[in-house]
Design a protein around this ligand. Sequence first.
Ligand code: SF4
Length: 361
Amino acid sequence: MTINLKNHALDEFCAVVRPFGLSEPAARRLFAHLFAHGREQVEGVRGVSPRALERLLAAAELPRLLLERRHVSPTDGFTKYLFRTRDGGRIESVLIPLPAQGGPNQRRPGTAEKRPIGHYTMCISSQVGCPLACDFCATGRMGFARNLETWEIVDQVLQVRAEAPLPVRGVVFMGQGEPFLNYDHVIRAARILSSPAGLGIAAKAITISTAGIAPAIRRYARERWKFRLAISLTAAQTDKRRLLMPIEKKYDLRELMAAVREYAATTTQRVMIEYVAMRGINCSVEDARALGALLAGLKVRFNIIEVNDAAGIYVPPTPDELARFRAALAEHLHQPVVRRYSGGQDVHAGCGMLAAFGATP
Ligand code: SF4
């Protein structure tokens, strides 16, 4: 069987290449060559026996996703990438520019001035499409094909990093797919991304966002990974959430929040709560009150993301509605609330818009 050299975290990688005569230090050098330096030309890696390497390469492969298209937003520099998998699947990633001082790379209000970019973060996919069919999400409307393999997740970052003019310092699993339905590959990919011999991205700068796969949240809590966990909540009442996020029928809010509380007990970090805000749907004072009750006693950071629905079925809250909602959250939630900038909307790169370029103008 052909060995895929991009499919293994460092410990597994050392074990896989050992039978070909690579010592552990040599295996580490080869791993760093592939992931830290992103080099796929592996002949002549310093400190690795050429004969052992030759034997390994005769049995191994280094596959790549095919980069088909990229669209750069003229508004904010977000760049959407379309990759094709070997079996013809189409997945997307987004390169997100961030200024050196943090926060989005938007123009300052009332000025034409943009802050200089300091580094990038990336939004990546974990599945081809998504089976969860959230009603407000373009990916959910495109259906589901399959889970991505570890290398297909990591290769998105490798290829985009190779052409980014500044370092990629963070990754969010918020592209196509539900990461916790592809748990093993996602965790292994996050380990490669965060390994100092791999891509060297700090574990706390890697965020895994789940729509609420309760058993996987419990497993994640037990395994004590240091990556950040985000919960896509979007409604605090079961009836409402069922209509917006069908996963609620399988793992309802009661079960989801029990799992989240188990996770919260294992970490000092605030749990990130993602809330897709929609006009007339989930931004009332009553919603804020329900959120206060649901999240009582948990340390959270509450991120509001205004809906991006290219189909126009859902629209963002009006400024007044949002202001009233935020005032009600201040009264009932008593936790940090952040309005998250979801950029690249003009190239359909915003949250919830990744549909394999299907809707791109
Ligand atoms: S919001 Fe996330 S979980 Fe829901 S359908 Fe879209 S990609 Fe899937």
